[in-house]
Design a protein around this ligand. Sequence first.
Ligand code: ADP
Ligand code: MG
Length: 238
Amino acid sequence: MGAITLSKVEKWFGDVQVIKGVDLEIRDGEFVVFVGPSGCGKSTLLRMIGGLEDTSRGAMLIDGVDVTDHPPAKRGLTMVFQSYALYPHMSVRENMGFSLKTAGAPAAEIAEKVEAAAAVLKLEPYLDRRPKDLSGGQRQRVAIGRSIVRAPTAFLFDEPLSNLDAALRVEMRYEIAKLHQSLDTTMIYVTHDQVEAMTLADRIVVLEFGKIAQVGTPRELYETPANLFVAQFIGSPK
Ligand code: ADP
Ligand code: MG
């Protein structure tokens, strides 16, 4: 479960249209990356899918259900941001279990889900530490762990690695790819980093001024870019 359909989706901020009629079918379990230059609408489109921004026109379906007017909590998706605000006074274990606790889950169930997520993310040795005693990469893992415990239908990532240094970015990129393999959950990932896009994506969506310039596998985009904009962005030789 985790198929997402966007149908003629538009976003207007006042008189300014920033998403200009986007049609997209994301398959269950697919890893889709949104790329494009700064200001092209990547974050806005992702936030609309998550329900953090409303959709001005068009429709959005998750597993066939029209969620266009559903609030974030009813969509079953989870967002992971670059600023992974962890609670400083809570341990890793408490940070990861917090959303389940506020939802009223029993302690035993919380413990089980946190342990399982910690195993996937190799966070077991750090469960009793505070965020300040973790490295940047470990903190980002805790932020992802908070999402995993809720068993979301899909993960929405908005440039989750852009605060990390280059070496750590490469390591976390690899971790996210492994996570996708092991969870088999739909992931939508926003980045302006071509290498991240090319290595992570099943399909890449290239956005240009709020419109889709091209959708395809990394190889399709590299070998047959639809236009010069895509070619330049992907770095293909056309
Ligand atoms: P990206 O993530 O690709 O850099 P954004 O989705 O953040 O782009 O922004 C797309 C466009 O929408 C930009 O021109 C931005 O200024 C505008 N925008 C984003 N959020 C708002 C808002 N809350 N109010 C008005 N304009 C906004
Ligand atoms: Mg953005």
